[in-house]
Design a protein around this ligand. Structure first.
Ligand SMILES: NC(=O)c1ccc[n+]([C@@H]2O[C@H](COP(=O)([O-])OP(=O)(O)OC[C@H]3O[C@@H](n4cnc5c(N)ncnc54)[C@H](OP(=O)(O)O)[C@@H]3O)[C@@H](O)[C@H]2O)c1
Length: 285
């Protein structure tokens, strides 16, 4: 039952309950763009999942900066966003290098103002056991998948403080929750991302900086193309992997992008420190 100080406000087609001026229900029927006013940085935004996130964020009216090493791929995403009349910026940066990560954030802030959303999406795969992985490959996987998010997040914190808060979305993996054969270095790096997410969420909640992690299983991008050759054997391996997913298909980049929009938006303002599987049901077993 509503308390005496609760009041009901009616607006066009919408009912909002308020207690002491605080909305208790999410508004329905409002024509809102979910990321209007946000300034978002997406690492690895030139391809695959990162590209889909950049385009979805643009659609929701964020100003979007895409970060990566290959300028051409970033420029293509920016021009697609600009054709749709969205503000976008390409920033060339190797996220494993502290100086570059800092100057990338500075460049975005100069152009668009303080950064309110960081998506740590850039990552590489390694198909190896601890016996077959070289020391060099191990270091590269750790540098890209774990040190990169650490450096980019550290670089963005001052900007988010100036904005009065923000949302960091890490793209981890289901292999940061459970293991798989031949993925030792990758699992170690993504397991690190899961716990880094929770540690950062606790450390920065008091300054209204939220940190969450999306854990995809297989999503159809360049990164997985190399896993399944275009041969009878490759096609069988592909069908076998699809057979492990209760929903019966691989993910699409947009499946991840829609969850990233939610975590970046104020709709998720009470959610931090989570590692959410977006995995076709794989981890329900
Ligand atoms: N696809 C899947 O099945 C799957 C499943 C679970 C998790 N994930 C995760 O999702 C994320 C995106 O994967 P994806 O499938 O979209 O892969 P992708 O298409 O290969 O994209 C990876 C992106 O990371 C960028 N990148 C790599 N190293 C970088 C570095 N040192 N500095 C800056 N950018 C760098 C690449 O751009 P440049 O080469 O131009 O730098 C590229 O745009 C990764 O973290 C991956 O681990 C993917």
């Amino acid at each position: 039952m509503a308390s005496p100080d609760a009041r009901v406000a009616r607006s066009a087609g919408d009912v909002t309950c308020q207690r002491n001026g605080t909305p208790l229900d999410a508004g329905v029927g409002e024509n809102v763009t979910r990321l209007k006013g946000k300034v978002a940085v997406i690492t690895g935004g030139g391809s695959g999942i990162g590209r889909a996130i950049a385009l979805a964020f643009g659609r929701e009216e964020a100003r979007v900066a895409v970060v990566g090493r290959r300028r051409g791929a970033l420029d293509q995403v920016v021009s697609k966003l600009e054709q749709a009349h969205h503000e976008a910026l390409a920033v060339t940066c190797d996220i494993t290098q502290e100086k570059q990560s800092k100057s990338a954030i500075e460049e975005v802030e100069r152009e668009f103002g303080p950064v309110t959303v960081l998506v740590n999406n850039a990552g590489i795969l390694s198909v190896s056991t601890i016996e077959t992985v070289s020391e060099e490959e191990w270091d590269q996987v750790m540098a890209t998948n774990l040190k990169g998010p650490f450096l980019m997040s550290r670089a963005v914190l001052p900007s988010m403080r100036r904005a009065g808060g923000g949302s960091i979305v890490n793209i981890g993996s289901v292999l940061g929750l459970v293991a798989m054969k031949q993925r030792a270095a990758y699992c170690a790096s993504k397991g690190g991302v899961t716990l880094l997410t929770k540690a950062m969420a606790i450390d920065h909640a008091h300054e209204k900086i939220r940190v969450n992690c999306i854990c995809p299983s297989i999503v159809e991008t360049e990164l997985v193309e190399e896993l399944f050759s275009d041969s009878e054997q490759g096609r069988k391996a592909r069908q076998d992997r699809i057979g492990t997913l209760p929903l019966g298909r691989f993910g699409r980049p947009n499946d991840i992008a829609e969850l990233a929009v939610f975590l970046a938006s104020d709709e998720s303002s009470w959610i931090t420190g989570t590692a959410i599987p977006a995995d076709g049901g794989l981890t329900a077993y």
